[in-house]
Write a protein that binds this ligand. Sequence first.
Ligand SMILES: [Zn+2]
Length: 199
Amino acid sequence: MQYPEPIAKLIDSYTKLPGIGLKTATRLAFHTIDMDEDDVTSFAQSLVSAKRDLRFCSICGNLTETDPCVICADVTRDQTTVLVVEEVKDLMAIENTGEYHGLYHVLHGVLSPLAGKGPDDINIESLVMRLQKNEAIAEVIVGTNANAEGEATAMYLSRLLKPAGLDVSRLATGLAVGSDIDYADEITLIKSVEGRTKL
Ligand SMILES: [Zn+2]
């Protein structure tokens, strides 16, 4: 006996999400059927809107409805410092501390030789171009995660950018080795920005 087509399709859709197997997808599909119709409509609309109305900022790579994003467009922010992060969620975690007032650059990944990810596979070229064009930027803080790939990326950026006369620093330890920026608590993040070390 097979499920009716609409629920079979819904189960199939849920299995496309990361970490969701057939069993969980089936449970979510039946849960969806039990939800109020208004909630389901709103859920479906938010899925479509998230995909249709969002883009990446052409300057920093942040997710945004407008290009440039609100951070890049905010002239009251410190225009001399760029904090480089792996993912948009890292930017959000640091932004939510309210303690950092400079600009960002989102790499959308890290260097990972084992996974075959080189400098051309992440958002590094646009960072270099940005730094060349914008002479106000004097310091680059590398806020990649405290694991082997994050460290390798930080070293690469340091070697690439220091010869251009930029100060390159690394978020301080206090972020436990192997930890992810977006899971760190606010106090730890604030301390890691304040206590950043030169590379
Ligand atoms: Zn931006």
